[in-house]
Write a protein that binds this ligand. Sequence first.
Ligand code: SF4
Ligand code: SF4
Length: 226
Amino acid sequence: MWGSGILKGLAITLKHLFEWDITEQYPEERPNLYPRFRGRLILNPEKCIVCGMCVKTCPNNVLSFTQARLKEGKKKVLTSYTIDHQYCMFCNLCVEACPTGGLYFSHDFEWAAFNREDIKFVYEPDLSHLELASDDAEAGEKGIRASKEDKNEKLINATIIAIRKNPAKALGKILNDESEALKLAEMIGEDENKLRKMAELIVIDKEKAAKVARAFLVKGQKKEEG
Ligand code: SF4
Ligand code: SF4
């Protein structure tokens, strides 16, 4: 019969019209999470006894740490602990393996990021009140420094690629004018050292990067005029 489809559709609409709403209006309405929901893996550094069980258990090499020994006695302390969430599959094995309950999953699920590095968490407990055995203290310091340097190096390389691919956007972080950003990209693009220096400044100190960029542009303009 002609129009039977429309009538069927209206009947379904009417049937559901008077039902209770089941859609959650996220983000205005917060979801009702179950107690065992696995959001973000968290370390409680105070409970960690540096036994390494979590690292050995994790099938995806998500976890790593550096350690040092106290000067007095043989007790080990944690100098840094890294959770690289991008590889975590939320299997809970590390939580089950930890003998002290130092690891747990929080209900935090809103941690999307543009950059994979941004979901890597590095805990660096304050050890200033402890006296570490000198060799270990140095090793621990090196471990922390290495992880910071490694992170910066990755960001610098990503910035270099971004400047090459989309200079207006990448240099727009320090220059508001798109034409100036393109001009700067042209000026530094062919000199590997200048490009790297600018990328380093953007990662480490944006204010300084903006000043240096301005100086480059002024110098370039003077050259054109003279
Ligand atoms: S939940 Fe599983 S994959 Fe994630 S860190 Fe723990 S053991 Fe590794
Ligand atoms: S298993 Fe627990 S106590 Fe052992 S190193 Fe991992 S977090 Fe620390």
